[in-house]
Unconditional design. Structure first.
Length: 271
């Protein structure tokens, strides 16, 4: 199933009233899984897409915070609930949940806002260090050796190493895109693609072991205007890791080197 088809289902649920959302459900196929649960970028983007239906178009996404509470299972009905927490003159705070089998699986809180006049301007100080994308180095999908959702996502690494190779660095970076281009490249697609990369610390493991994103925060610098088939750049590093938990953050770039978003997550390690 194409990613845009799943977004369309989420958008339809998001257009319903809260009382109607309770009775509306959707599913996703197992080839969008990471282990036994939905690929985290998928679940976060579905909740964002449902939220977006409740927000006027003049308000852009500023930030989105995701907590992965429990597994979201494939081929099983689940519902999406959207609640407007507060709507002011220029910003809106929204809460959304994915619920399955009577339990909360994923929680997302987001802030949307419209532009306001201000004399304060600080230019972007970060610069992308990635080299131009070379598609010859795109990772091929290997069934059984990679999460199933890799059937849909193309990653072209440039910085760091493959997971479980006892690397001496925790930095990670490269290029990413959907193998099947969407109709348009929106915030929902960027959310999903950003989470396609493994946690930066997995490359330091000397043997296969699980890691789990506990919380994830993504801030958008601007509303993206991108070609549907454009590669996006990703660069991340780990700031701290101790007692089984790591903190990493990174940048999302356009193919031309324009900063699109900042990402940060807390990862639990089970080595």
């Amino acid at each position: 199933m194409h990613f845009d088809q799943l977004l369309l289902q989420a958008a339809r649920i998001g257009q319903l009233s809260p009382s109607e959302q309770i009775h509306a459900t959707m599913q996703f196929p197992a080839n969008w899984c990471q282990g036994r649960t939905a690929f985290g970028g998928l679940s976060a983007s579905l909740l964002y897409q449902a939220m977006r239906q409740q927000i006027e178009s003049s308000r852009r996404l500023l930030s989105i915070s995701t907590n992965f509470v429990g597994p979201l299972l494939a081929d099983t009905d689940f519902s999406l609930s959207v609640e407007i927490l507060r709507e002011g003159k220029s910003s809106t705070q929204v809460l959304a949940k994915a619920l399955q089998n009577g339990q909360v699986s994923v929680v997302v809180q987001a802030c949307f806002a419209k532009s306001r006049d201000s004399a304060i301007k600080v230019p972007v100080t970060k610069t992308m260090s990635l080299k131009p994308v070379n598609e010859r180095y795109t990772l091929p999908f290997q069934s059984g050796a990679m999460p199933e959702f890799f059937q849909h996502v193309a990653l072209c690494p440039q910085q760091g190493a493959m997971p479980f190779t006892a690397a001496q660095t925790s930095h990670l970076g490269g290029w990413m895109k959907f193998k099947q281009s969407p109709a348009e490249l929106s915030e929902a697609h960027i959310i999903a693609l950003t989470d396609a990369w493994p946690p930066t610390l997995l490359q330091m493991f000397n043997q296969p072991a699980p890691a789990s994103s506990m919380s994830w925060y993504l801030e958008f610098v601007k509303t993206p205007t991108l070609a549907a088939d454009e590669w996006l750049g990703f660069e991340a590093e780990t700031h701290h890791c101790k007692d089984g938990y790591g903190l990493e953050d990174g940048c999302i770039w356009s193919q031309s080197g324009e900063l699109l978003a900042l990402t940060r997550q807390t990862v639990a390690l089970f080595d």
